[in-house]
Design a protein around this ligand. Structure first.
Ligand code: AMP
Ligand code: ZN
Length: 483
């Protein structure tokens, strides 16, 4: 099933989409294999722990790609995989299996059943993060342990074609048999030879040869002994099983370029003889203190951490979209707070003006906005256009709201949510310690309200407003928001 979620909404002028293809290192005009239906695959998370805010950037980015493509007249079928075994801590087949690491961390037995349980938990957490961030559900979730037969069959095809060799610990793809190996990102294979990798496996013929099958006591039976498929074959097999031999767009973070995606190309193309992916798109990293966010570096922040500090998925999504996906961005709480406040201003504006109903969007601003998005998914530019529109004194408020509603079909930062009962959507400030004098005003107003001294209560509320704080009475008591 392909999705086309905007078909009944605002008509948008269809335009050519230009995108940066990592393979050609150039901006290209998007022209999928089929002129209507686009097949898209995103490397999913390894579900041994919560996804961190860097991982989540990859999926917000893929979501924007999908929405922009749909907005420009295509239907999209999107697969995201869930890696629930076999991803070693070093992408080049060395180190500990991440799922096993997760089992040990949580004191669980090292069995396939326990692994399934552990991954169930983190798959659920990941899907909750996706919902919180308004990421469209993919048409297909592909869970690696549900596709073992497909993976074994793909390895068998490569084996039968004479492209593999066996070692004491597994079955390897022989890159010498695939001369175009390393074309993504122009990997310098000679450099790899001089021992750039973490662990040296002397049985490998070339350091870049990669495991198609790893022998292990834990796993599944195969012609190459008990064990599990390599992490790379998982993506090739599931992409082909869910989307076919050729896919239009493949996304992932830039860390996947040198090994994982080159391996995917080699296995898939060697097996089918066809171009595997037409457009390779990669997002840059999120850093903290200018260091990559990474579970292994122990500097991770998750969606839960953000929510504990009072931020919502909308806030983080908005913050992410203010930067271009190919720029590395440094996360800081201050930057997120500034994004939250800007978004709050916008939501508040829609909330207040919405009562007047919306009018047909401004074609001029929508065109500029869609031009930015069609220009290699320039969300930062699109957001700048959005603010220009909001600040345009000559534009009618109803038109502004109508335009924002259309923009939010792609941005999905909660502008079109039902805000009438939504204190949370409006952005309750629980992130800040309230200054003492503000807290005093709130307490005083609460006391006046309880005493039914409405005049005093209103006066204190106005005073708070002058200080930049809005007070709202909810079923759970007064909520304060800063604007
Ligand atoms: P993993 O769970 O490690 O397979 O990663 C899931 C996705 O997150 C992949 O597309 C990675 O390339 C991406 N990723 C990992 N770390 C970061 C980061 N710090 N910033 C942006 N993307 C990242
Ligand atoms: Zn992958």
């Amino acid at each position: 099933m392909f999705s086309n979620l905007f078909s009944k909404k605002t008509p948008v002028t269809i335009r050519d989409i230009k995108l940066y293809n990592t393979e050609s290192k150039q901006i290209e005009v998007f022209s999928p294999f089929d002129d209507k239906e686009v097949k898209m695959y995103s490397c999913g998370p390894t579900v041994y722990d919560y996804a961190h805010i860097g991982n989540l950037r990859s999926y917000v980015f893929a979501d924007i790609v999908k929405r922009v493509i749909i907005r420009n007249g295509f239907m999209v079928k999107h697969t995201i995989n869930l890696t629930d075994f076999g991803h070693l801590s070093d992408d080049g087949d060395a180190g500990e299996d991440k799922m096993t690491k997760g089992l040990k961390r949580e004191g669980l037995p090292i069995t396939l059943e326990a692994m399934r349980q552990l991954s169930d938990r983190y798959i659920k957490a990941f899907k909750d993060d996706m919902d919180e961030l308004h990421i469209l559900e993919p048409e297909k979730w592909a869970r690696a342990s549900d596709y073992i037969k497909k993976q074994i069959s793909l390895v068998k095809t490569l084996d039968e074609k004479g492209l593999t060799y066996e070692t004491s610990d597994g079955l390897y793809f022989d890159i010498a048999k695939f001369p175009k190996y390393g074309r993504l990102g122009n990997i310098n294979l000679n450099k790899l030879k001089s021992g750039a990798r973490v662990e040296v496996n002397n049985e490998k013929r070339h350091p870049a040869d990669f495991a198609l099958w790893k022998k292990s006591e834990l796993g599944w039976e195969s012609s190459w002994g008990k064990g599990f498929p390599g992490w790379h074959i998982e993506c090739s097999a599931m992409a082909m099983a869910t989307l076919g031999k050729q896919i239009d767009i493949h996304t992932g973070g830039i860390d996947h370029i040198p090994i994982h995606h080159n391996a995917e190309i080699a296995q898939s193309e060697a097996a089918t003889g066809k171009t595997f992916v037409k457009y390779w798109l990669h997002n840059a990293f999120i850093t903290i203190d200018n260091t990559k966010v990474s579970k292994s570096l122990g500097n991770t922040i998750t969606m839960r951490h953000l929510m504990d500090r009072g931020f919502t998925g909308d806030d983080y999504r908005y913050w992410l979209l203010t930067a271009h996906y190919r720029s590395q961005v440094n996360f800081s709480w201050d930057a997120l707070k500034a994004a939250k406040q800007a978004l709050f201003r916008l939501k508040r504006y829609v909330y207040e003006e919405f009562k007047q109903k919306t009018a047909t969007p401004s074609k001029e601003y929508l065109d500029k906005f869609d031009d930015c998005l069609a220009n290699d998914f320039d969300t930062a530019g699109a957001i700048a256009v959005m603010w220009d529109m909001v600040n345009d004194k000559n534009l009618d408020n109803k038109v502004k709201c109508g335009t924002l509603m259309s923009m939010d079909e792609v941005l999905d930062i909660g502008l079109s949510d039902d805000l009438t009962d939504g204190v949370r959507s409006l952005g309750v400030i629980s992130t800040d310690e309230l200054p003492e004098e503000i807290q005093k005003l709130i307490d005083g107003r609460e006391a006046a309200r309880i005493a039914r001294n409405w005049e005093m209560a209103d006066a204190l509320r106005d005073k708070l407003k002058l200080e930049g704080y809005e007070l709202e009475d909810t079923a759970h008591g007064p909520k304060v928001t800063k604007f």
